[in-house]
Design a protein around this ligand. Structure first.
Ligand code: IMP
Ligand code: MG
Length: 177
């Protein structure tokens, strides 16, 4: 158990489980993108650890760009999605793989996809470590999913609770007393 700010969190996914699932996702991407040269777009901040492990095991030709989009600082998504910043590679006519930590309501992903479509991406695939299917409000579902999880708040492995907890190797869930 860990305490972050005022809340207690308990282990939900062990480091070993995460690592082996990430490896499987890399293998799936290897199958899908063999012979292609996609641009991986990593959505910061939460995806940095996932992306780092994921790309170590991919074998196809690719480029990586890091972008920022939403602000999320409490227990529920506010939907106050910001501008897409940091995309310094032309996406026109490219295969794109969005790398995300978690798709919750889907608002962030919908905004991302719409922006990339407007920039004339050729294909857009979404690879998300976590998917809160019950919280999803519709739109673009992830094509590659690490774990489907219930609608509870998680931290660790890149994800934060008010900017803390990102370094944890395990994924923790909020402990309800
Ligand atoms: P959405 O727009 O509701 O799908 O939320 C997406 C973003 O909110 C994700 O990329 C995360 O950065 C953040 N987020 C959603 N749920 C959680 C959570 O349980 N813990 C930490 N961050 C979360
Ligand atoms: Mg995110």
């Amino acid at each position: 158990m860990v305490k972050i700010h005022d809340k207690h969190f308990e282990v939900y996914l062990q480091s070993g489980e995460i690592q082996s699932r990430v490896k499987e996702l890399s293998f799936k991407l290897n199958q899908e993108f063999e012979g292609k040269s996609p641009l991986l777009i990593v959505v910061l901040n939460g995806s940095f650890m996932f992306a780092s492990d994921l790309v170590k095991q991919i074998h196809f030709d690719h480029e990586i760009s890091f972008v920022k989009l939403s602000s999320y600082n409490d227990f529920s998504s506010l939907g106050n999605v910001l501008e897409l910043i940091g995309l310094n590679i032309d996406v026109e006519n490219r295969d794109i793989v969005i790398v995300e930590d978690i798709v919750d309501t889907g608002l962030t992903m919908n905004t991302m996809v719409e922006k990339l479509k407007a920039k004339k991406a050729k294909t857009i695939s979404i690879c998300s470590l976590l998917f809160k299917e019950v919280a999803f409000k519709g739109g673009y579902k992830p094509d590659f999913i690490g774990f489907k999880i219930p609608d509870f708040f998680v931290v660790g492995y890149g994800m934060d609770y008010n900017q803390k907890g990102r370094n944890l190797q395990e994924i923790y869930k909020l402990k309800i007393k």
